[in-house]
Write a protein that binds this ligand. Structure first.
Ligand SMILES: Nc1ncnc2c1ncn2[C@@H]1O[C@H](COP(=O)(O)OP(=O)(O)O)[C@@H](O)[C@H]1O
Ligand SMILES: [Mg+2]
Length: 274
C-alpha cells in the first residue's frame, strides 16, 4: 500500500520467512552454519530452539536452499500434528520413494534402500521438522528410530528438529533419553540486541530498495528495540504499522509519537532504558 510512497520495490517487513531478506546476525549466521555443517557431515540429530518469532522457520528455509543447491534430498515437515501413517506418507512423497506410501513397513524398507544408495555415493538425506515442540511422543519415537539408521561410516538420515524452548524440556523426558544422547549439535536463536535491531531494519529497508534508510531516525530505532525486545517478528509488525501510519500522515519520517501510538495499538510495553 505504501510502497510507491516510500519508493520500495517490495514490502520491507513482509512476514514470510524469505531467505532473500536474511539479515546475517551472528547468531543466525552461526545457526545456519551449524545446521549446514551437521547435515553435510552426517552428524545425526541437530536441534534448533528459539522463542516464537526469532527466525527458526527462516533458518530452515535457508537450509532448504542450501540442501537444494547441494542436491541433498530432504523431507520438510512443517505440520507436526500428523498421525504416524501421514508422517510416513509425507516422507515417501518428499523423497520420491517408489513404494505404496500407505504402508509404514513398505516406506521403511524403501527409505532404508534409498538412504543406503545415497550413502554409497557419498551422499546423505535430511529430515527437517519445524514446530518440533508439538510432535507427539509417538512421532518423536518414530523419528528417533529413523535417526538411528546408520552404516559403518555414519548416520544415514540427518534429522533437524526446530522448535520453541519447550522442545528442550520435552527432550529431557526419561523416555527420550536415547534420542537426547544422540543430539550432536544444538543451536539457539536469541532475540537481537539494540544494535542488531537497527542493523536488521536497515538490511530489510535496503533489500526493499531504500539503500540508506531515512524513515526511522536513531531515537525511533532505539524505541523499536525497547518495545519489541529485539524479536524479529514483532519488529516486522511494528515497522509495518509505522510505515502505514507515516504514509497515512504523508510523512517520510517516523517520529516518537507515531511509535508510541503504534506500540500502544499492539499492546507493547517498553523495556526500561538501560
Ligand atoms: N535473520 C533474519 N533475517 C531476516 N528476517 C528474519 C530473520 N529472523 C527472523 N526474520 C523474520 O522474522 C519473522 C519471524 O521469523 P520466523 O522464521 O517465522 O520465526 P519463528 O519460526 O522462530 O517463529 C519472519 O518475518 C522472518 O522473515
Ligand atoms: Mg516458525
Amino acid at each position: 500500500m505504501y510502497n510507491a510512497f516510500f519508493g520500495f520495490k517490495e514490502n520491507p517487513f513482509n512476514l514470510s520467512p524469505d531467505p532473500v531478506f536474511l539479515y546475517r546476525s551472528p547468531q543466525h549466521e552461526e545457526a545456519l552454519a551449524s545446521l549446514t555443517y551437521g547435515v553435510k557431515n552426517r552428524k545425526g540429530f541437530i536441534v534448533l530452539t528459539g522463542e516464537v518469532g526469532t527466525g527458526k522457520t527462516t533458518m530452515l528455509e535457508c537450509l532448504r536452499d542450501e540442501l537444494q543447491a547441494e542436491k541433498i534430498p530432504f523431507s520438510f515437515l512443517f505440520n507436526t500434528r500428523l498421525s504416524t501413517s501421514q508422517f510416513f506418507e509425507m516422507i515417501a512423497y518428499d523423497l520420491g520413494l517408489n513404494c505404496p506410501s500407505d504402508s509404514k513397513a513398505q516406506v521403511l524398507i524403501a527409505l532404508q534402500q534409498f538412504l543406503l544408495q545415497q550413502a554409497s555415493r557419498g551422499g546423505t538425506a535430511a529430515l527437517l521438522v519445524d514446530e518440533a515442540h508439538d510432535l507427539s511422543w509417538d512421532l518423536l519415537e518414530e523419528i528417533r528410530m529413523l535417526g538411528n539408521l546408520e552404516n559403518r561410516t555414519g548416520k544415514l538420515l540427518q534429522v533437524v528438529l526446530s522448535g520453541q524452548p519447550e522442545l528442550d524440556r520435552k527432550l529431557e523426558a526419561p523416555n527420550l533419553r536415547q534420542l537426547r544422547q544422540r543430539i550432536v549439535l544444538r543451536c539457539e536463536l536469541r532475540p537481537f540486541d539494540e544494535e542488531q535491531t537497527a542493523a536488521y531494519i536497515q538490511t530489510r529497508m535496503a533489500k526493499a530498495g531504500m539503500e540508506e534508510q531515512t524513515v526511522f531516525p536513531p531515537e525511533v530505532l532505539s524505541g523499536i528495540y525497547r518495545y519489541t525486545r529485539g524479536i524479529p517478528r514483532v519488529i516486522n509488525i511494528l515497522c509495518d504499522n509505522l510505515l502505514l501510519m507515516a504514509f497515512a500522515l504523508e510523512q517520510k519520517e517516523v517520529n516518537a509519537d507515531m511509535l508510541r501510538e503504534a506500540a500502544a495499538d499492539m499492546r507493547l510495553t517498553p523495556l526500561l532504558p538501560a
